[in-house]
Write a protein that binds this ligand. Sequence first.
Ligand SMILES: Cc1cc2nc3c(=O)[nH]c(=O)nc-3n(C[C@H](O)[C@H](O)[C@H](O)COP(=O)(O)OP(=O)(O)OC[C@H]3O[C@@H](n4cnc5c(N)ncnc54)[C@H](O)[C@@H]3O)c2cc1C
Length: 484
Amino acid sequence: MVAKKVSKTKTSPLKIELPKPEKVEAWGMNKYSLSSVLRPTTVEEIQSIFQNANLNGTKIALRGGGCSYGDASINSEGIVLDLTEFNKVLNFDTKTGIITVQSGARIKDLWETGIGKGFWPPVVSGTMMPTVGGALSMNIHGKNNFKVGTIGEHVKEFTFLTAKGEILKCSPKTNSDLFYSAISGFGMLGCFLTVQIKMKPIYSGKMRIFPVLVKNFDELFDYFEKEYKSSDYLVGWIDAFASGAAMGRGQVHKAVNLSEGEDSDFPDNCRLDKQHLPTRLFGIIPKKWMWILMRPFSFNLGMRLINFAKYVASILVNNKPYLQGHAEYAFLLDYVPNWKFVYKPGAMIQYQVFIPKETAKEAMKKIFSLGQSYGIINYLSVFKKHKPDPFLLTHAVDGFSMAMDFPVTKSNKQKLWDLCYAMDEIVLKAGGRFYFAKDSTLRKRVMESYFPKANLKKFYTLKKKYDPKGILQTDLYKRIFLTD
Ligand SMILES: Cc1cc2nc3c(=O)[nH]c(=O)nc-3n(C[C@H](O)[C@H](O)[C@H](O)COP(=O)(O)OP(=O)(O)OC[C@H]3O[C@@H](n4cnc5c(N)ncnc54)[C@H](O)[C@@H]3O)c2cc1C
């Protein structure tokens, strides 16, 4: 397909003064680079930085909110282009729900703009801090992935600055190759500039939540299969410390949107002051201190106790539906700011696997057993249901995912990486996939084993076409694509 040019780069490259290098960290604190960070606020500045890099061979990592758990937006050998100040909401059509933003706008900006007018973003992550550009690059999924797919499926169009410097308009019909590869392209083909997303209508500031206890993996899978058709969102928390017949026990939260006319408080309960998460726990303890209170539990026995206590607490509320605000349900993890600090002075990784429905249950049992036999048990496991999508380097499958948070310490690091490599083999055998947004341990051989060869070939062709000088690179790209 011939690329349709919206405009051609006319700016001459400015002389760019590189600021003093600063620490740029993976969200899980497991890796960092010391890099000069540029924070452009205009398209011209981004173009100019790309032009300079093409002339002088500088390597650039694009960075949004820095919410990827591993090395997806850090760069040990070049500069980091932080797009969080390129963040305007440009337009919101309250009739159609179509919002147009600069790519550094965050998911927070989407929902805060939409909710008062009766719209909610179609797909959100467990935190509201990712930027739209970062979310598209990884093609994020939400707790409703089984129903609405990934965020890319709700993008009407975007403008894109290719690494070699052209600005192209892309939609499912225009420059469709680039549309389906830049979304999921983990920042390797160019930079999203402006993005149009269709928000979804809501008829209440709240959803009806059904908390349900599941006693093991069998009940967990049965519940998801039985309930997904009548759910808008489904997410399971699993106690990874439970073993034997109790392996896979946990609590599922099913959420259902209220229908038009069902809520007499609408739209009043969409006001931001009614949606925002409280800043104090029990009205007293500032939430920003909560991670300090959690820290004494940040070791195996403490986390075993917390997981057990959570399971017992879920017995008390089992099958008792309640109403909950959208932000509260969607962004539970934002309730405890900096909760990752409980892992300090160590760090954390998230290992998330996506496995087809036919093999998922057995593979997940094997994965949990393996962790237990290594004595490395993840502190938080989250279970979701997924469906495939049409993007080139998608992580989605027709099946299920398990996201597992592991503590990283000096003494467990080698063993933890060995465990991940061993779990990789279970996932590959089960026909599963991995997710660059969460990854810290994947190797080239494993990546090449799960992506279809044709998709990889196409990715390499597009990389050559849109980034012939190879200016876009991240530590993740080097680790998985360039290192044997
Ligand atoms: C607590 C927590 C919960 C999460 N929950 C979920 C979840 O439920 N579902 C899910 O799918 N993910 C989830 N994530 C992961 C997160 O949504 C992704 O990592 C997302 O990509 C982060 O966006 P970001 O703006 O922070 O981008 P970064 O992490 O900074 O970068 C991500 C990628 O985007 C590229 N990039 C950034 N900006 C641009 C741009 N303008 N143009 C082109 N490329 C760009 C970068 O080069 C990089 O490859 C979660 C993360 C956290 C920390």
